[in-house]
Design a protein around this ligand. Structure first.
Ligand code: PEP
Length: 255
């Protein structure tokens, strides 16, 4: 029912020349994989070149952040209007932005609203820190992030192509090599995230929205996550910078 979705978060890696090289390695392998939506999210400076290289392929393009105003005196910021010319997706509320750049549930909410109103599909990241995990408050944290980050949204009438993707990324699993267990991640998605989505948008929408897992996904563990009933794909960081690894992860998502 939900098409698998795998996105690569390149973080602050790859100059334009390096991005061109990686995309030239990715395109042949990814193009031949059907049944999975695949997206790369390079830094802003790579988007123009990436958009040109991906034209005519079935590989989507996303940014890693945006500001909520369409234009104005906001030095250093990038608007949804600008991104909509180049890409289809945008990551919002990644834990690195929450940790280092003061992102809050309120700013996530403003950014999600702005993305949707410019036709961009947000990939909204939620997840508990190690301290929160150890204090056993994952349910409270993730439920709050969904309720507050997505408050007041209108997702439109189309219940099949929901323009919203959630990534459950336990912070302690990001870039650490310590992935969550597949059934543990599935339980958070099923019991906490889809329940919160149902509170906000109704049961039908909660079942239609794709929810990804992110945190140390590699070719070796990807299939285990994708076999879980409530996990619809992955947001991949480190392994998305290696063409062979990212292609293998996308391949593992084929239903
Ligand atoms: C990420 O950056 O969203 C991520 C999940 O990173 P990694 O795959 O490297 O853990």
């Amino acid at each position: 029912m939900r098409t698998p979705f795998v996105a690569g978060n390149w973080k602050m890696y790859k100059t334009v020349a390096e991005a061109r090289h990686l995309i030239s390695e990715l395109v042949p392998g990814l193009q031949s994989i059907a049944g999975v939506q695949k997206v790369i999210c390079p830094p802003f400076t790579d988007l123009l070149a990436a958009a040109a290289l991906l034209e005519g392929t079935d590989i989507g393009l996303g940014a890693q952040n945006l500001f909520w105003e369409p234009s104005g005196a906001y030095t250093g910021e990038i608007s949804p209007l600008m991104l909509a010319e180049l890409c289809q997706y945008v990551i919002i509320g990644h834990s690195e932005r929450r940790q280092y750049f003061g992102e809050t549930d309120e700013t996530v909410n403003r950014k999600v609203q702005a993305a949707l109103s410019h036709g961009l599909t947000p990939i909204v990241c939620v997840g508990e820190t190690l301290e929160e995990y150890e204090a056993n408050v994952t349910a409270d944290v993730v439920s709050r992030q969904i309720h507050e980050g997505l408050a007041g949204l209108s997702l439109g009438e189309d219940q099949v192509n929901m323009p919203l993707i959630i990534a459950y990324e336990p912070v302690w699993a990001i870039g650490t090599g310590r992935a969550a267990t597949a059934d543990g991640a599935n339980a958070v998605v099923a019991d906490i995230i889809r329940t919160a989505l149902a509170d906000l948008f109704g049961d039908e929408a909660a079942q239609a929205i794709r929810v990804l897992y992110g945190g140390s996904v590699k070719p070796e563990n990807a299939r285990e996550f994708f076999q879980q009933p409530d996990i619809d794909g992955a947001l991949v960081g480190g392994a998305s910078l290696k063409a062979d690894q990212f292609i293998a992860i996308v391949q593992a998502a084929v239903p």
